[in-house]
Design a protein. Structure first.
Ligand code: C5P
Length: 297
């Protein structure tokens, strides 16, 4: 059995800097990964075919859909075809996805799950270290290549041009989601301006709320125009003692607050859960380096 963590992704900043001929937007984004996330368990299948079982808090949100369209299954099929074409041996596996992150929430849950599937399969099938997983990842979704790394990074282009950052200070953060899924294409379509400035030169210590406050998430206003509850989440996060910087992640609806310390973050999360029982809220750590023991077995 191989176990692979699929940590929640936060876009500390996301600037939209243009649009390609095929409609995809050019981004400049600063990304980090959290201590919390989904977990993927993978073992050889006895049945001769790929299968996926979902468990955990948000299992139902996924199980209602066709499991074949789940990004884990797409990743498996794509890597199987790619590896076979390159002459490697593969075999079917059973996946169990422990879904702890809300679905379609701007934390890259599905993309992180797909990246975890690629890493776990490469381990189980014994693919060579230098195998081009990023190439397969990019075919699944724009966010999947960065989720292979799961450490602080800057991504440009449509997400495929990745520069890893030096180790950063871990940040205490609160994540909050109003329980409403946001469709990423709709948010991009609602943008008023698509040609904004990129992120300025990134300082060595990028996990600095003061420097970060000069950056933006260009999708934030567009997402609020479609889902006004996102504005309520941002307001509620900002009102908590210890909150230093509040912003939306990805295309929403999850927002985050960087906190002074773990104590104020915990207090804020419990207070938000009490006052908004229908929201999903969590205090966690935005890691400063690669996620520890990401893949085991
Ligand atoms: O690649 P992914 O499936 O995450 O993207 C979902 C949708 O978001 C795309 O189909 C596209 O409409 C939009 N998108 C975009 N520019 C990006 C990433 C996503 O326009 N860089």
């Amino acid at each position: 059995m191989v176990t692979c963590k699929a940590p929640a992704k936060i876009n500390l900043a996301l600037h939209v800097c243009g649009q390609r001929g095929d409609g995809y937007h050019l981004l400049d984004t600063l990304v980090g990964f959290c201590a919390i996330g989904d977990t993927l368990f993978v073992e050889p299948a006895m049945t001769g075919q790929f299968s996926l079982e979902t468990t955990g808090t948000f299992a139902l949100a996924l199980a209602q859909g066709d499991t074949k369209s789940n990004l884990v299954m797409r990743a498996a099929r794509l890597l199987e075809a790619d590896a076979r074409a390159a002459g490697h041996e593969t075999f079917p596996v059973r996946f169990r996805l422990e879904k702890q992150l809300p679905v379609a929430s701007g934390m890259g849950g599905g993309s992180a799950d797909a990246a975890a599937a690629l890493l776990a399969l490469a381990r189980l099938w014994g693919l060579p270290e230098e195998y081009d997983l990023a190439g397969v990842a990019a075919q699944i979704g724009a966010d999947v290549p960065m989720c292979l790394h799961s450490r602080p990074l800057r991504a440009e282009g449509v997400g495929e041009r990745i520069a890893l950052l030096p180790p950063q200070r871990p940040l205490d953060v609160v994540l909050a989601n109003p329980g409403i899924g946001v469709a990423t294409p709709d948010v991009f379509r609602a943008l008023k301006s698509r040609n904004n400035l990129g992120i300025s030169e990134i300082p060595y210590l990028a996990h600095d709320p003061v420097w970060l406050s000069g950056l933006r998430n260009d999708l934030q206003l567009a997402a609020i125009s479609l889902t006004p509850e996102i504005g309520d989440v941002l307001e509620a996060l900002a009102a908590m003692p210890g909150a230093q910087l509040v912003r939306m992640s990805g295309s929403g609806a999850t927002c985050f607050a960087i906190h002074e310390n773990a104590r104020t973050a915990q207090a804020a999360a419990s207070q938000l859960v009490d006052s908004h029982p229908d929201w999903w809220c969590a205090a966690t750590r935005l890691e400063g380096e690669a996620i520890a023991e990401r893949i085991t077995g």
